[in-house]
Design a binder for this molecule. Sequence first.
Ligand SMILES: Nc1ncnc2c1ncn2[C@@H]1O[C@H](COP(=O)(O)OP(=O)(O)OP(=O)(O)O)[C@@H](O)[C@H]1O
Ligand SMILES: [Mg+2]
Length: 219
Amino acid sequence: MSLFITFEGPEGSGKSTQIGLLATALGEAQRVLVTREPGGTRIGNAIRSLVLDPAHTEMSPRAETLLFNAARAQIVDEIIRPALARGEIVLCDRYADSTLAYQGFGHGQPLGPLRQLAAYATAELTPDLTIFLDIDVVAGLARKRAGAVEEWNRMEEKALAFHENVRRGYLTLAEQSSRWLVIDATLPAATIHQQIMAQVHQRINQGADDEAGNGHYQQ
Ligand SMILES: Nc1ncnc2c1ncn2[C@@H]1O[C@H](COP(=O)(O)OP(=O)(O)OP(=O)(O)O)[C@@H](O)[C@H]1O
Ligand SMILES: [Mg+2]
């Protein structure tokens, strides 16, 4: 059964860690595809270097928004939709909600046009489950600095107030829809993994029930 799960959260919140744990746990029984935004495709990776390059300090927030969405359109068409059509579980590190949080709440761009743009870029492909790893901004950045840094990019260079707005934005988005699971990212990684597994199993069982006709519409 296909399932589309996205991971969101501030820098250093543990997205890569949890995606790795979940992919390993689910991979025993099912085909799992792991990908990330921006990137995941040749075109997406070219956009990733352009948009995250710390040297590009002059980038306009609108140009930034459009580049993220261009990479998103490519990954949806080239990777995510085909994998879901094959019945795989797709785990994506960041997705359209990152644009609402970073370019919307972070840069203060109007949410209405951003939502329309995201709908266009994804051709309305919405995740089944979005896991938000919530952590205090300073703690997340400190964790990232202390760890083996995968990449230090233009987003991390932004002021603390920007990151605080991003976190507040995520929490606002999470309140608006039941597809979100908000997790305290300061808990031990193994505990977080258990919480995520419980929720994923629930969604898988729910999907199986729906497919068998025993779902929400049962009398
Ligand atoms: N639950 C946790 N408790 C303590 N440390 C953690 C936890 N999860 C991850 N870490 C550590 O915090 C650092 C950041 O984790 P990770 O790279 O998974 O975060 P991320 O959200 O993917 O970050 P990025 O924004 O760089 O993509 C790593 O050094 C990782 O080992
Ligand atoms: Mg990561």
